[in-house]
Design a protein around this ligand. Structure first.
Ligand SMILES: Cc1cc2nc3c(=O)[nH]c(=O)nc-3n(C[C@H](O)[C@H](O)[C@H](O)COP(=O)(O)OP(=O)(O)OC[C@H]3O[C@@H](n4cnc5c(N)ncnc54)[C@H](O)[C@@H]3O)c2cc1C
Length: 381
C-alpha cells in the first residue's frame, strides 16, 4: 500500500541517506563488527552530512529541522541496512538530543551541542542498572550534594554507545525518600575521575554497536552539569520515552519489511522439487500473511509519526507501537529464517543477522511486558 506521509523533500533526503549507507556503512560494516563499535570516524562522517543534529536548532550547529519525519526516514534507512546503526544513531540523535535541547541551560547548550552535531561529542543515556531496568523509579545510583558539586556513586549497564560516549546523561537518586520524584539527570563526561567503563558487552546481535557497563566511584560532577531541575529526572525521562518508542517502532518495522522483501525475491528463485519454494501454498500463504501484517502495521505507525509531528501522540499509543512492531518484527524475521532454510542460520546471510539483531527489541526501550502494563493501566485495570 502506498504510504502518504512523506513528500518529495523526504524522499530526496531518503536518497541521500541511502547514498550515505552505501558509501560509509556498507564498505566498513565488517570492521565495525570486529571492533564492536563504529569508531569516531563514522560519527564524524555522520556529522559532516548533518545527520546527527537534524532537530537541533541551527544556532547550536544543528540542521534546525522541525519536521520529525526526516529523523524517521533516517531511522528507516539505517535499520534497513543493519539495526545497530539505527540504534546507536537513534540514541544519540533522537533520544539524547531532546534532553540537551529542551532541558539544558544556555551555557550547557553552547558547550555540548555544536560538538554533538559534528560527531566530536558522542552521547549515551544511562538509566538501566544491574539491579533492574523495568522498575526505573527504584534506581540505586546516588548523587549527594557536596558544596557546589554532586558526588555520584553506582553503576549502569547495557548502555548503548556506553563505551564510546564522551557525554552520558546519567539518572541518579538525589532524594532517597522520594522514589520517582527523587531522581536527577547529570551530564557525566569522559575524564571525570572515578568514571570508568567496563568492556564492550558481548551481545547475541547488533555486533556493530558498543554496549557497556558504566561505573561511578565518587565521581565529582559540578552543578554546571546538572540537566534540568533537581528531582525532576523521572518526569523528564517519561516525557521523552514517547519519542524513543516511536523511533524504535519505525526502525522495527522498516527492518522487518526490508528482510521480508529480500525473502520474497529468494522464495521466487530458490528451487525445491522442481519449483520455486515460494510457490508451495504453505509458503505462499505465509508470505501473504507477513506482507499483510507489515502493511497493516505500517498504517498504524504512519499515524503515530503524524501524531508525533503535530504533538498529539499519547504515551499509550507509543507503547502500543513499540510492543506490536517488536512482536511483528520478530515473527516476520523468524519466518524469513525458515524460508531461507540452512542459509538462514548462517551469519554471512543478512537474514540470520537480522533475526539476532531483532531479538532485543522486545526487551529494551521498556520491555513488551511493561508496554502492556502501561496500556492495561490506561484501560483502568
Ligand atoms: C542491547 C541493549 C541496549 C540497551 N541500551 C540501553 C541504553 O542505552 N540505556 C539504558 O538505560 N538502558 C538500555 N538497555 C536496557 C534495557 O532498557 C533494559 O534491559 C530493559 O528495560 C529491561 O530491564 P532489565 O534488563 O533489568 O530486566 P528486568 O527489569 O529485570 O525484567 C526482567 C523480565 O521481567 C519482566 N518484568 C519486569 N517487570 C514486570 C512487570 N511489572 N510485569 C511483567 N513483567 C515484568 C520484564 O519484561 C523482563 O521480561 C539496553 C538493553 C540492551 C539489551
Amino acid at each position: 500500500m502506498l504510504r502518504t506521509i512523506f513528500d518529495e523533500d523526504h524522499e530526496a533526503f531518503r536518497d541521500s541517506c541511502r547514498t550515505f549507507v552505501d558509501r560509509q556503512l556498507r564498505p566498513n560494516q565488517e570492521k565495525h563488527i570486529a571492533n564492536h563499535e563504529f569508531g569516531r570516524e563514522l560519527w564524524l562522517e555522520l556529522g559532516k552530512q548533518d545527520l546527527l543534529g537534524l532537530n537541533v536548532p541551527a544556532e547550536y550547529g544543528g540542521a534546525g529541522v522541525e519536521d520529525s519525519r526526516f529523523a524517521m526516514v533516517l531511522a528507516e534507512e539505517l535499520s534497513k541496512f543493519a539495526f545497530a546503526y539505527s540504534s546507536c544513531v537513534g540514541i544519540h540523535a533522537d533520544c539524547v538530543a531532546p534532553y540537551l535541547v529542551d532541558l539544558c541551560t544556555e551555557e550547557q547548550k553552547r558547550r555540548w551541542l555544536p560538538k554533538f552535531c559534528t560527531g566530536e561529542l558522542i552521547t549515551a543515556i544511562a538509566m538501566t542498572e544491574p539491579s533492574g531496568g523495568s522498575d526505573l523509579a527504584n534506581l540505586k545510583t546516588t548523587a549527594v550534594r557536596q558544596g557546589d558539586d554532586w558526588i555520584l556513586n553506582g553503576s549502569k549497564t547495557f548502555i548503548t554507545n556506553g563505551y564510546s560516549a564522551d557525554l552520558v546523561v546519567v539518572a541518579a537518586r538525589t532524594s532517597p525518600e522520594k522514589r520517582a520524584r527523587g531522581i536527577t539527570l547529570f551530564g557525566v563526561e569522559t575524564g571525570m575521575p572515578g568514571f570508568e567503563r567496563g568492556r564492550k558487552l558481548d551481545k547475541i546481535g547488533q555486533p556493530e554497536s558498543d554496549t557497556a557497563e558504566l561505573f561511578f566511584a565518587d565521581v565529582r560532577v559540578p552543578s554546571a552539569n546538572v540537566i534540568g531541575d533537581i528531582d525532576q529526572g523521572f518526569i523528564y525521562m517519561m516525557e521523552r520515552l514517547v519519542t524513543e518508542r516511536v523511533g524504535a517502532a519505525v526502525s522495527n518495522l522498516a527492518h522487518a519489511r526490508q528482510i521480508l522483501d529480500e525473502t520474497i525475491v529468494y522464495a521466487k528463485e530458490r528451487q525445491a522439487f522442481g519449483q520455486p519454494i515460494g510457490s508451495f501454498q504453505v509458503n505462499k500463504h505465509t508470505l501473504a500473511e507477513l506482507v499483510t501484517r507489515c502493511e497493516v502495521t505500517q498504517a498504524f505507525i504512519d499515524a503515530c509519526i503524524m501524531q508525533q509531528l503535530n504533538g498529539t501522540l499519547s504515551t499509550v499509543d507509543a507503547a502500543k507501537a513499540k510492543w506490536w512492531t517488536a512482536e511483528v518484527q520478530n515473527s516476520v524475521l523468524d519466518a524469513c529464517v525458515q524460508l531461507w532454510g540452512g542459509y538462514g542460520y548462517m551469519n554471512e546471510y543478512r537474514v540470520a543477522r537480522a533475526w539476532a539483531d531483532a531479538r532485543v527489541t522486545r526487551i529494551w526501550a521498556g520491555s513488551n511486558e511493561i508496554m502492556k502494563e502501561l496500556i492495561g493501566r490506561d484501560l483502568g485495570l
